[in-house]
Design a protein around this ligand. Structure first.
Ligand code: PXP
Length: 239
């Protein structure tokens, strides 16, 4: 089945809104894992708007599944990743003013800056994933610089409707096929919800979907364990 990584950034968003010590990220992660999530995703942003350094270290001690650490190519954060050694690092682009990660990484344009980081993380035993738009050139560049995994940005798919959405789905499918042919592991994520995820499940070769905002929002009404279970049930429908 397609695996689910639950992104718990927005549990930290709630906590940081008041700078309280609740809700507990560790409890949230444990409940997602109890529900059957295959991994926990967190994004340590340069502006530390939600996840804090201490969260990364604390989760490292308590997670029973995999940690997928999303991060920009920033030396301080790379240093933390090398110390914490999450199972996976997903390199993402970051702009301070954005509400969320708005576009994929430009692997073609940033090749020289990415190569040493991908190498250093890989040497530390961390599986490196590059968050890219579903674009053939970016897929090929990711493979060329030796990243074992890509995560396809589904944000444009999620934002569009009708014909435009169908076009995005076709782009995602092409990119997944191309990546698989190059031997890459294919993940996807961004903007996925219980209502829009079905067509995504038809994309071939998908390993993991990383889903956060919609699960945390649903958790307000049913709890995070149930919200995770509902998404897992959706993903299981493909098989
Ligand atoms: N994958 C990546 C690389 C992301 O940056 C994010 C958002 O942090 C997600 C997945 C999850 O997106 P959403 O919160 O919209 O489900």
């Amino acid at each position: 089945m397609i695996r689910l990584g639950v992104n718990i950034d927005h549990v930290a968003t709630l906590r940081q809104a008041r700078r309280t010590d609740y809700p507990s990220l560790l409890e949230a992660a444990a409940l997602c894992e109890k529900a059957g999530a295959h991994g926990i995703t967190i994004h340590l942003r340069e502006d530390r708007r939600h996840i804090q350094d201490a969260d990364v270290y604390a989760l490292r001690e308590t997670l029973s599944t995999r940690m997928n650490l999303e991060m920009a190519n920033n030396p301080d954060i790379v240093r933390i990743a090398l110390e914490v050694k999450p199972e996976e690092v997903c390199m993402v682009p970051e702009r301070r003013q954005e509400l969320t990660t708005e576009g994929g990484l430009d692997v073609v344009g940033q090749r020289d800056a990415l190569v040493p980081v991908v190498e250093a993380l890989s040497e530390a035993g961390i599986a490196v994933s590059l968050f890219i738009d579903p674009d053939a050139q970016q897929v090929e560049a990711a493979s060329a610089i030796g990243a074992p995994t890509i995560e396809l940005h589904t944000g444009a798919y999620a934002e569009h409707t009708g014909t435009e959405r169908k076009k995005e789905l076709a782009r995602l499918t092409d990119a997944a096929q191309r990546a698989h042919a190059l031997g890459l592991v294919v993940n996807a994520g961004h903007g996925l919800t219980l209502d829009n995820v079905d067509p995504i499940l038809a994309i071939p070769h998908l390993n993991t979907l990383n889903i956060g905002h919609s699960i945390v929002c649903r958790a307000l009404f049913v709890g995070i364990e149930q919200a995770t279970r509902e998404m897992l049930e959706k993903l299981q429908q493909r098989q």
